[in-house]
Design a binder for this molecule. Structure first.
Ligand SMILES: Nc1ncnc2c1ncn2[C@@H]1O[C@H](COP(=O)(O)OP(=O)(O)OP(=O)(O)O)[C@@H](O)[C@H]1O
Ligand SMILES: [Mg+2]
Length: 254
């Protein structure tokens, strides 16, 4: 098996009296989609925020490419090659896809143009990226406010890819989406892994999204590792049982 690119070992994190995470370990492997599942409050978002540098864990190790990192914050983690897409997406509805893709990193022309944003260059790069991700059907010039939930989600993911990350973390990318829109996001997630990225995706849609689009399933329950499955070898019922603490004997299957 390929070596993990990002590993957490024995991570604990509390907020006042709430133990959000206790002794949690997780590996993300290049070319694989890992699902992070668990009931509400199980600690999934907290774990992603530890990985993205938003939260500093109380204890535990953060390894990137086999080396222990002392993560100082989100900027350092992004610099290292780990991008996070949060549920609110932070898209500007009154801007089009190209403008949203390059938000905060406007492409500039050479000095004799006065470094003005080069729309043509941005459009070329946007078209290239969307094509690579098989998202050619997305309009470059429509305001994203007028787009479907699935298209908006895919633009937010495509934007994270412009930074050429090695790891992408997605917190509930399909939460507000219809079944077909979620399937589009599933296609994109698999496309990213096919390009060699390590992808982590939080989802509550075990029976469709998780089983259809991921390679491994890591289950958190009450802030602890509860089970780990190869997606191809489990049923939705087995995963849900592990989430809610049902039949303990099957939790280590796969
Ligand atoms: N900033 C915070 N301050 C205090 N408590 C927090 C904070 N963030 C999370 N928690 C608590 O930590 C626990 C884990 O929360 P977390 O958001 O990680 O769960 P989750 O698995 O993402 O749940 P959901 O499926 O509802 O999104 C919860 O009890 C939550 O209330
Ligand atoms: Mg959450």
């Amino acid at each position: 098996m390929t070596q993990p690119i990002l590993s957490l070992r024995g991570i604990s994190k509390h907020f006042g009296g709430v133990r959000a995470l206790t002794d949690v370990s997780l590996d993300l492997v290049p070319g694989q989609v890992t699902a992070l599942v668990g009931d509400n409050g199980a600690g999934k978002s907290t774990l992603v925020k530890v990985m993205s540098g938003v939260h500093r864990p109380d204890t535990g190790q953060y390894l990137f490419e086999g080396r222990e990192m002392h993560v100082t914050g989100p900027a350092a983690v992004a610099q290292m090659g780990v991008q996070t897409v949060y549920q609110d997406l932070a898209l500007c509805d009154n801007l089009d896809a190209v403008q949203n893709l390059f938000l905060g990193r406007e492409m500039t022309g050479p000095w004799w143009t006065g470094f003005r944003v080069s729309r043509a260059a941005a459009e070329r790069r946007a078209r290239e990226v969307l094509k690579r991700l098989r998202l050619e059907s997305i309009s470059l010039s429509r305001n994203v406010g007028a787009m479907s939930g699935g298209q908006r989600q895919n633009i937010a993911i495509a934007r994270s890819i412009l930074w050429e990350p090695k790891v992408v973390l997605l917190d509930e990318p399909t939460a507000a989406l219809s079944h077909s829109a979620a399937a589009q996001v599933g296609d994109l997630v698999r496309e990213l892994a096919a390009h060699g990225l390590a992808v982590l995706v939080i989802s509550h849609d075990i029976h469709h999204f998780v089983l259809d689009n991921t390679d491994r399933i890591e289950v958190l329950r009450l802030g602890r590792n509860a089970a780990s499955f190869a997606s191809g070898t489990v049923t939705g019922e087995q995963v849900v049982n592990a989430m809610v603490g049902g039949n303990e004997s099957i939790n280590r299957a796969g």
